[in-house]
Design a protein around this ligand. Structure first.
Ligand code: G3P
Ligand code: CA
Length: 274
């Protein structure tokens, strides 16, 4: 297994395997039991997938920021969730049909609140450069079927920064597109990868066993999480990160389920110290 899970930052546990780290963390009351992942940044407080949201997540001491990566018409990797710019910017159109210059000229902050006017759509490169070392980065390949070759391009950017090595345990790549996850796993064999789903059809023993042949994480929406599922996923040697927490109750539910990471718009719901 190549992954690193919650508790990996604790020096005491570094000599242990990833899952020994988790269990060691759970056996020592003061240690963290799960990672706090800021979904599209601290997107409850700042416009999603912008520097403002990622900075806020770092300020709130999130363990990871989660980002959605797509590609402009002229080949630049950009960080935005929807496949169109309509909801989160003052522009219209598909991300893949707009040049980087066009994307960059858009206001990606005002949709959240006037105080964020002027926030830009970030590039993948600038997010890697600005945040690696400050927080983990959970990279989602968003709709990779629209962007032929995006896996190679993401791999290239990580390799250029030496972020493809096993010790770079704070880089994880995930997608709802399982073929894309398999491909990135081949391109970056040392980087942990995860499959995303909100479908119960993907929680059968057979489906989970198939995921475990290449994935390090099984990352379900919290509506399909049960203790039995968490135990099965762990039993197959995978970690489990769940999303999207938007209430303290949902956070508490996932804490009780003993997932390895909680992906949330509100990092303070997961850890009130933040
Ligand atoms: O990280 C999990 C989550 O981001 C998946 O859903 O739609 O918010 O990208 P979505
Ligand atoms: Ca996402």
């Amino acid at each position: 297994m190549k992954k690193s899970l919650a508790g990996a930052s604790v020096a005491l546990t570094l000599l242990l395997s990833p899952f020994q780290q988790v269990f060691a963390a759970e056996s020592v009351g003061e240690l963290r039991k799960f990672d706090n992942v800021a979904h599209r940044g601290a997107s409850g407080y700042a416009p999603e997938n912008t520097i403002a949201a990622f900075d806020k997540a770092v300020d709130m001491k999130a363990d990871y920021i989660e980002i959605d990566v797509q590609r402009s018409k002229d080949g630049k990797l950009v960080v935005i969730h929807d496949t169109t710019v309509d909801r989160t910017t003052d522009g219209t159109g598909a991300v893949k049909d707009l040049t980087f210059e066009q994307l960059r000229s858009l206001d990606a902050g005002s949709f959240k609140a006037p105080e964020f006017a002027g926030e830009k759509i970030p590039t993948f490169e600038e997010v890697l450069d600005r945040y690696h070392g400050k927080a983990g980065i959970l990279i989602e390949l968003k709709a990779p079927e629209k962007y032929s070759g995006i896996e190679e391009e993401v791999a290239l950017q990580l390799k250029a920064r030496n972020l493809d090595k096993p010790q770079n345990n704070k880089i994880i790549i995930q997608s709802f597109n399982f073929d894309s996850v398999k491909k990135i796993n081949t391109l970056l064999p040392k980087v942990p990868v995860g499959v995303l789903t909100s479908s119960r059809a993907h929680t059968t023993d057979q489906a989970l066993k198939e995921f475990a042949t290449y994935a390090d994480y099984f990352n379900p929406s919290y509506g399909i999480v049960t203790k039995e599922l968490v135990d099965k996923v762990h039993g197959l040697g995978m970690g489990i990160s769940s999303w999207t927490v938007r209430s303290p109750e949902a956070a508490q539910f996932l804490i009780d389920m003993k997932v390895d990471a909680i992906i949330t718009d509100y990092p303070d719901y997961v850890d009130p110290r933040n």
